[in-house]
Design a protein around this ligand. Structure first.
Ligand SMILES: [Zn+2]
Length: 394
């Protein structure tokens, strides 16, 4: 007779686990609702993000802005809030799902190449012209094996061209490759989908931007930031050059700032708990030990302000040890920050995400509360970019 396997899911266990999750969620929501209840008039003052939102995330609202103290909003801020409201929870989630259909998208595999094609297809479908950066990557030598030869790799980017300053741009980015044998849902479909959802939101012709905005989906992050590194190497010197002369076209607009997104959904505390921690937040990091540390901190403050003004559920904090992500090759050339679910060195590096590079980094691992953290990071970045790049909506 086979021994019953206690690790096998059975209907009772699944039901019990769902019931527990539901209970914990409602306890947390009601507890917060009690603490932070504010008059309706006060909520109105900072604007109502529900207005015009195509699909709201489930009710996880923590009234973060009111807890922290709202920031006064100008008419321009209110218009930017309408821009941020173009972000759609279901669309974000569907983009994560779309990316996870290719598995972990490990560099050099057919599933990675298929994912690059798929990303490009989506961007084109929204009306963008896309471009590809071609570079060579040399795989690491196996033990005792002869040195591998360099192999060609590709990554895709698209640009919202500025109407008044097309020759200057912000780079909004994430890495599309992953590892771990699962679906690399959190690392980094969550960031890739965030960048794509911002691109989708800004695609419509009634949204205009003074400055250009480039959406870059790096490859080969997991092997050592090779895709982002290749971009800096190939394109830094092309910045701000009009080509052909007199055409008004700038193949590489001058870089004003770079905002990277890498692992966006999971902040369950450490030791890890079942749900998002009550102090879950968006971590904005700059690197104190970089040539543009002060300007990068300013860029970080712009993001913190945008979060307080535009994010619906989760706050953001700024810290100074940005590391191990694609903003690193940029940080001595241009103000650069990264957004994450956790601080990379102190939290992620100390076990804050048990799914990191694991076969369990699957679409189905994450709840709507997790996806909502990713959406809040998107609100944070789009709110900041709207102000910095001068985005308008008619
Ligand atoms: Zn990553």
């Amino acid at each position: 007779m086979p021994i019953p396997d206690s690790s096998m899911p059975n209907p009772t266990r699944i039901f019990a686990s769902r019931l527990l999750r539901l209970y914990l969620t409602s306890v947390a929501v009601f507890a917060l609702a009690d603490v932070v209840a504010v008059p309706a008039a006060a909520q109105q003052r900072v604007g109502s993000p529900q207005d015009g939102r195509p699909s709201d995330p489930p009710r996880l609202r923590r009234n973060v802005r009111n807890v922290l103290g709202g920031v006064p909003m100008t008419d321009v801020d209110s218009m930017h809030q309408r821009v941020v409201a173009l972000l759609d929870f279901d669309s974000y989630k569907e983009l994560v799902r779309g990316l996870t259909q290719f598995g972990d998208r490990e560099q050099g595999t057919p599933r990675n190449a298929a994912a690059v094609d798929w990303i490009e297809e989506q961007l084109r479908g929204w009306g963008y012209e896309t471009e590809r950066l071609h570079y060579m990557y040399t795989p690491r030598a196996g033990r005792g094996a002869p040195s591998p030869q360099p192999e060609p790799r590709e990554e895709v980017y698209a640009t919202k061209i500025g109407t008044t300053n097309p020759g200057e741009m912000y780079i909004v980015s994430a890495h599309m490759d992953g590892r771990g044998g699962g679906e690399a849902a959190n690392d980094d479909a969550s960031g890739t989908a965030l960048v794509m959802e911002i691109a989708r939101s800004l695609a419509s012709p009634e949204v205009e931007s003074d400055m250009s905005i480039r959406f870059a989906l790096w490859n080969n992050e997991e092997t050592g930031l090779n895709g982002a590194g290749a971009y800096v190497e190939q394109r830094a010197e092309l910045q701000g050059i009009e080509n052909p002369a007199g055409s008004g076209q700038y193949p590489e607009p001058r870089w004003l700032g770079m905002i990277q997104h890498d692992m966006m959904m999971w902040d369950h505390g450490n030791p890890v708990t079942f749900n998002q921690a009550l102090d879950a937040d968006v971590d904005v990091e700059f690197q104190l030990n970089s040539a543009f540390a002060e300007q990068s901190a300013q860029l970080g403050i712009a993001l913190i302000n945008a979060n307080r003004m535009h994010a619906t559920d989760y706050p953001a904090v700024l810290s100074n040890a940005m590391s191990n992500t694609d903003s690193t090759p940029f940080m001595d050339v241009v103000p650069a920050v990264s957004l994450r679910e956790n601080r990379r060195l102190y939290e992620t590096g100390n076990g804050a995400n048990p799914h990191w590079h694991q076969p369990t980094d699957l679409f189905e691992t994450f709840t709507d509360a997790d996806f909502t953290l990713g959406l809040n990071a998107a609100q944070t970045t789009l709110g900041a970019i709207a102000k910095l790049a001068g985005i308008r909506i008619e």
